[in-house]
Design a protein around this ligand. Sequence first.
Ligand SMILES: Nc1nc2c(ncn2[C@@H]2O[C@H](COP(=O)(O)OP(=O)(O)OP(=O)(O)O)[C@@H](O)[C@H]2O)c(=O)[nH]1
Ligand SMILES: [Mg+2]
Length: 477
Amino acid sequence: MTVDQDTIAAIATPGGRGGIGIIKISGAKSFPIAGAIFRPSNSSLNLVPGSATKSQRSAQLEFESHRIYYGHIVDPDNERLLDEVLVSAMKAPRTYTREDVVEINAHGGAVVLHAILKLVLKKGARIAEPGEFTKRAFLNGRIDLTQAEAVIDVINARTQKNLELASGQITGRFRRILVSIRKTLTDMLIRVEAAIDFPEDVAELVEPGQTAKAVEKEAVQPLKRLIRYYVDAHVFRDGLSVAVVGRPNVGKSSLLNQLVKKDRAIVTPIPGTTRDIIEETLNIEGIPVIISDTAGVHQTENPVEMIGIKKTLEHVDGSDLVLFMIEANSPLDAADHQIYEQIKSKPVFVVLNKIDLTHNTDETTIPDAWTCDECLRISALYDQGIDHLRDKMVKWAAGENPVDLAEAIVPNLRHKLLLEKTLAAAETIVDELQKETSSELVAIHLQEAIETLGEITGDSAKVDVLDQIFSRFCVGK
Ligand SMILES: Nc1nc2c(ncn2[C@@H]2O[C@H](COP(=O)(O)OP(=O)(O)OP(=O)(O)O)[C@@H](O)[C@H]2O)c(=O)[nH]1
Ligand SMILES: [Mg+2]
């Protein structure tokens, strides 16, 4: 995939009003475009909207790289003053995209920013696609794909730990390990291929026992470590989605409100209050927990409720954990059993609510046939057992002894799947070397492992994968 030659531009700051708003331009025409519309501050140039004369126009500006200029944006076609700005001019290659970059710091209002952007487009730029600036940084070799992915993770970070993981990856921590494994395998491939071409020197080039040990130590072990980090700590980066499910009126919305410490969902004694799915994100010890309150599930003819119930069951499918709520103060009914049947393939915590009404003896007996990860007693209304529930969710997600994230590299799911594929190839190589099977087979598996690592770093990633990754970005990044 190559970079196109267009100069691209976008508003890089979020919509709405703010102190400043930034328009970013990248590409060969950035400096000429900025030169055409920017008037550096000059006491003899007293710009009033629509008042400047042609003779007052400055000549083509010569920007010095990595300097900030104070002045005004003026439409050169009608001399209309648009805003007072600071312009940063940065010459390639020491820029975000490795192209010439100009950033216009204007005032942060939607109308003014769009007016300036329109002018920039009129002067020869085209509007940037989502993530296109970062895509150029990747295609121009400044960062690898893992670092590009980390940029979006930093933007989307929901907790401090989330952010630490992403910023560690931006600095290339993950990339360095992958590059080192890839180098080991590439060196080996060169030697194995040489041995195939010059069989008389095989013994000198590839000593099978030692080579197997080297692959084990320098590829298999580090790959296993990275995969283990994913398993142990990916919830810190990906979050944990938790669905609260149960029949109407058991107290699901009350639990959501208690967890987020505000009246987020409507609570009434009328069964069938909640119809839509209500989501909130909590930070529980660094894990972004996305908790969703759902419509009570039961047999109903009410068409609105039926839609809500259908949504609930679809939502359960996409959740990591289900909090299946039942009432501690009344025996289970048919609806409870039906719900259990529909959620039992997921990890389930059974939550007995309303224990304040039981006088310490629950009316509910949980059937032996129900397998669940935890069984907890709470009162959503009186805040009993809620901290314990939080604690159990964290332990379930992160394990009893959470990994030290300070230096950890936690791959995302895409990385993890490719790491597993690389690991399978590396283990096959070790096996083949130990059994001294054909060098041709070893070479094929080395190539496969190298290629798969390249998909992680982006060296051999396919166009559709790249498009998918960069489409997750916002415009202007
Ligand atoms: N005593 C007691 N009442 C509770 C408790 N939790 C909820 N309630 C009450 O139970 C009723 C139903 O609570 P909701 O939170 O609306 O129940 P829900 O499961 O969301 O109900 P639907 O949205 O209709 O499915 C309300 O009157 C709550 O005040 C609890 O722990 N103890
Ligand atoms: Mg509700």
